[in-house]
Design a protein around this ligand. Structure first.
Ligand code: ADP
Length: 206
């Protein structure tokens, strides 16, 4: 948990509730949190899912691990501390977006359970839907895919602290959904997330 540093600050309440904001948008904000090994398929599924949602006139937005490290989190590396701060910031951004009414799809390895659970709590405390999606495939399949050549570099010792090789990945214990991407096509994974959103009433107009 990040420490509160500033003092003399007071929360300033708005005149509209999240529910009123969501009603004006015609949808309920929510966070779809994809977690999994590098190359498990998080970004690929997130891109396809965002496209389908926008085609269905849902306001969706993708927060991608590497993209966010180009900007908001450019000052963070891959130590356990920086990974935690990376997820804390994205969790806060996703929560703000959900509060604003967006369906946010995040694709971050987010390897540590405690960090993800913090984000879940952040959403629960604000009464905002949080759906943890475990994008799962065996390490050897992810390593064979290796679209960015990073596993190869990690095996060669050129990258230290690479998740799955010499840094741990802690799978979710109770994800809302698990996608076995070695068994499902991208389209099937997208459909599974859509089915979940439908079940939770997050696809229909508010
Ligand atoms: P991550 O975001 O988890 O690091 P990426 O989406 O960047 O993973 O990379 C996954 C790679 O695996 C992509 O090159 C993608 O085309 C490929 N791939 C092959 N089969 C699948 C599948 N069924 N689901 C998702 N990705 C798949």
């Amino acid at each position: 948990m990040a420490e509160q540093i500033a003092t003399n600050i007071t929360w300033h309440e708005g005149a509209v509730t999240a529910a009123e904001r969501h009603k004006s948008l015609g949808q309920t904000g929510a966070t779809i949190w994809m977690t999994g090994l590098p190359a498990s398929g998080k970004s690929t599924i997130a891109v396809a899912l965002e496209q389908v949602l926008v085609q269905r006139s849902r306001c969706a937005y993708r927060l991608d691990g590497d993209n966010v490290r180009h900007g908001l989190n450019k000052n963070l590396g891959f130590s356990a501390e920086d990974r935690a701060e990376n997820i804390r910031r994205i969790g806060e951004v996703a929560k703000l977006f959900a509060d604003a009414g967006l369906i946010t799809i995040t694709s971050f390895i987010s390897p540590y359970r405690a960090d993800r659970d913090q984000v879940r709590k952040l959403h629960a405390d604000a009464d905002l839907p949080f759906l943890e999606v475990f994008v799962d495939c065996p390490l050897d399949v992810a390593e064979q895919r290796d679209p960015k050549g990073l596993y190869k570099k990690a095996r060669a010792g050129e990258i230290k602290g690479f998740t799955g090789i010499d840094d741990p990945y802690e799978p979710p214990l109770h994800p809302e959904l698990t996608l076995r991407t070695d068994q499902l096509s991208v389209a099937q994974s997208v459909q599974s997330v859509l089915d979940l959103l439908q079940q939770r009433g997050l696809l229909s107009a508010t």
